[in-house]
Design a protein around this ligand. Sequence first.
Ligand code: ADP
Ligand code: MG
Length: 150
Amino acid sequence: MTIEWTVQSLEETQALAMKLADLLQPQDTITLEGDLGAGKTTFTQALAKGLGVKRIVNSPTFTIMKQYEGRLPLNHLDVYRLADSDEDLGWDEIFFGDAVSVVEWAHLIEPDLPAERLAIRIERVDADARRFLLNPTGTRYEQLCEELMK
Ligand code: ADP
Ligand code: MG
């Protein structure tokens, strides 16, 4: 199942991310794919805000992962730099702890990802518009998408 959703502005992207944030539970995993500038980090920042994170959320490219305190802890991973290694960062603790995890460039750690997750692909339509392709795996994430689209 793939759900397609097009937004016309940055504000609509932020609204979508904040709505998703309200529906999240511990151990939820969201993967974000899309070209540079598609809006992966922007989406994560709004999701963090929706989770009540007060700190500034930057792309963790050089640290691989940052954790933030909110309504739920948020793990923000950008695994771009792991491309050529098979480093084990303790994936099970990351994905199956109390936190919500958002992973940018997730395909690079495909074997380490939970089998069930919400995959989101962001495509740039023009300067302000973005197409979201939501691909849930498993009942939990299918229900999450249904709630999100209500
Ligand atoms: P990525 O992390 O995918 O490389 P960023 O989130 O860093 O992308 O950058 C996305 C850029 O596109 C930001 O400068 C953001 O302000 C801009 N932008 C414009 N419209 C949108 C939109 N509808 N959704 C997300 N980002 C948008
Ligand atoms: Mg980014």
